[in-house]
Ligand binder design. Structure first.
Ligand code: B12
Ligand code: SF4
Length: 538
């Protein structure tokens, strides 16, 4: 009988692509290692009512201690404090826009959609009906914007491996009975127990139905050596490589297991900064080289580190790098110095050119640029746009986004559960301030800047410039790991896409309804086999 102690629901991590939520897979692996059975229901943005009911009927029993929902990749909702009505808006973290939820998806009933629109009660009541003792929880990086949902027993803030086991041990009687706060946050870095990230691996179960064209995620380390002032990631500022890099034998065994079980050779390396040291790359390369197959991967990396350690260019290619996201942030020297990066822009551009020389077009480079940093005027941003628009620019795609600062002093208790950067905590030190602390929660992102000669003195200005520039920067991507996950004869064939020119690839893409393709892919490759398996076992 397929009954589970824990059931975790999550949506895709990238809209309309079959990309699994890594954090949930990580948590589920840990839960299983600690002696509980755990089912992950992926792609719950496509989970309809009837499949949901079937899954609950087939998997819940009196020993189902917890049903969890993950909100990491869900929209950031903007809900007025103490609001009784469902009047809220969406904060688009890419474009910084405040949008009303008014698109047609409002009427599509799927678990995740109804969670976003706070219409989740009927779903949660079905869980309570089957086992009134089962706790309903929500975790993931966006919980601050889901805390208004009343029918949820507990929320988890931050990395939850340890807190979730304390919670399950208390519920199941395997450990001491404890009283938990509504939001568990006491070990949000997951460091207070014997569990050690370095010896962990993330494993998918027979209920996951991973296909070989999917790109799974991988942490080779947890944290980053640097502490950029605008960065809100929880594990930055690591001092010693040995403290945060996964043990080589664990990494190897994770990769081998995924390959043997699913044929996986492609990964999103989700480390905060994969190339923070060459020593780390060498360690990971040693593992990759010892495998009986070749890894291809995507990662976040810093181009200024590459500029200072040019040996990384060949090293990364030899390791299997195919797509990279560089947080360039700015080509303005003074601005760059204020955020803790500070390399001269010419050196950065030289390093990018060197990457292109060694990588050609076999590695896709995406870059992120921030608008609104101290001292950088619009003219400098426009120079950057000109550079990015040059057909010979080594960067294939770039996104400009307004600087995001969250007013850590905003009088709303939910702000406590947003990861905070040095800028968020001490914005006044950097010349930023907030005017209003009342009525509209979105004011907590709307910074103002003291006149620093840049002429960009408000969030709104930075947003307007970013949007205007994003509309004109060309994108030259002809293959990507996300679309490759879909069940399509061309998109799923990476080699074929790689051989296509940009025009041909774009033409193919235009003929495809990606929403429909995603729906069909997850129905055929995931929900149908999952339900069949559960029914056979039930
Ligand atoms: C890797 C990554 C991605 C990858 C995802 C790969 C994958 N397959 O999962 C990609 C590149 C696809 C991606 C995309 C986006 N991302 Co992103 N991403 C990250 C990043 C860097 C790491 C996430 C990760 O895997 N961490 C490691 C795992 C172990 O941690 P975790 O995910 O937090 O999971 C733990 C806890 O949250 C908790 N947990 C999670 N779920 C649940 C559920 C329950 C019930 C419980 C109890 C606990 C729990 O336990 C987990 C294990 O410890 C984070 C930043 C960060 N450092 O957290 C941003 C981050 C999650 N991304 C973010 C954003 C904004 C996006 C985009 C919207 C970007 C964009 N503008 O396009 C898109 C989403 C697109 C979409 N939904 O359509 C934001 C989310 C903002 C927010 N507050 O929620 C973050 C926090 C970065 C930031 N500060 O801006 N992202
Ligand atoms: S911005 Fe990148 S390099 Fe800087 S602290 Fe954050 S993860 Fe590390």
């Amino acid at each position: 009988m397929a009954k589970f102690n824990v059931i975790l629901f999550c949506g895709t991590s990238e809209k309309n692509t079959k990309t699994r939520n890594y954090g949930v897979a990580r948590l589920a692996t840990h839960i299983r290692e600690c002696g509980y059975t755990c089912l992950v229901v992926n792609f719950s943005d496509e989970l309809n009512w009837s499949n949901f009911i079937d899954i609950l009927d087939l998997t819940m029993d009196e020993n189902t201690y917890m049903v969890g929902l993950s909100c990491t990749f869900l929209p950031l909702r903007v809900v007025p404090l103490n609001s009784e009505q469902n009047s809220y808006q969406e904060y688009d973290s890419l474009y910084g826009q405040i949008k009303n939820f008014s698109d047609e998806s409002k009427n599509t009933t799927t678990l995740i959609n109804d969670l976003i629109y706070n219409k989740i009660d009927p779903w949660l009541n079905e869980i309570r009906k089957r086992n009134p003792k089962t706790k309903i929880t929500c975790g993931g990086t966006a919980i601050a914007s889901y805390l208004d949902i009343k029918n949820i027993d507990n929320f988890f803030y931050g990395l939850s491996e340890n807190m979730v086991i304390d919670y399950l041990n208390s519920l199941s009687g395997k450990g001491p009975k404890r009283i938990f706060n509504k939001v568990l946050d006491y070990d949000y870095k997951s460091q207070n127990s014997d569990w050690d990230f370095r010896s962990s691996k993330t494993i998918y179960s027979d209920y996951d139905f991973v296909t070989p064209n999917e790109t799974l995620s991988l942490e080779t380390s947890r944290g980053c050596r640097f502490s950029c002032s605008f960065c809100a990631f929880p594990m930055i500022g690591q001092k010693n490589l040995d403290d945060y890099v996964k043990f080589e034998e664990c990494l190897k065994s994770e990769l081998i297991e995924n390959y043997n079980k699913w044929g996986t050779t492609q990964y999103f390396i989700v480390d905060d900064t994969f190339n923070d040291t060459t020593e780390k790359l060498i360690r990971v390369k040693r593992v990759f080289d010892s495998l009986p197959f070749k890894i291809k991967f995507w990662c976040y990396a810093r181009i200024d580190i590459i500029a200072a350690h040019t040996e990384q260019i060949q090293l990364l290619k030899d390791m299997g790098l195919e797509e990279v996201f560089f947080g360039v942030e700015t080509f303005h020297h003074k601005a760059s110095k204020t955020i803790g990066k500070g390399m001269k822009p010419e050196k950065i551009k030289q390093a990018l050119a060197k990457c292109k020389e060694v990588w050609g077009d076999s590695v896709f480079i995406t870059a992120g640029i921030i608008v609104g940093l101290p001292y950088e005027p619009e003219s400098s941003i426009l120079e950057t746009v000109e550079y990015l628009s040059d057909p010979d620019c080594p960067i294939h795609a770039a996104w400009l986004h307004q600087l995001n600062i969250h007013d850590s002093k905003y009088p709303d208790p939910r702000i406590k559960y947003v990861y905070k950067s040095e800028y968020d905590r001490n914005y006044d030190k950097y010349g930023y301030y907030f005017e209003s602390t009342e009525t509209d929660i979105m004011n907590f992102t709307r910074w103002r800047k003291k006149d620093d000669g840049s002429g960009i003195n408000s969030y709104e200005q930075a947003l307007e410039i970013s949007n205007r520039c994003n509309a004109i920067i060309p994108h030259k991507l002809t293959f990507d790991f996300y679309l490759q996950s879909l069940d399509h004869p061309i998109l799923s064939n990476r080699q074929l896409c790689q051989k296509m020119g940009l025009e041909e690839y774009l033409k193919v893409q235009q003929t495809i309804d990606k929403t429909k393709l995603y729906k069909e892919t997850v129905k055929n490759q995931y929900f149908d086999p999952l339900l069949k398996k559960l029914k056979n076992e039930g």
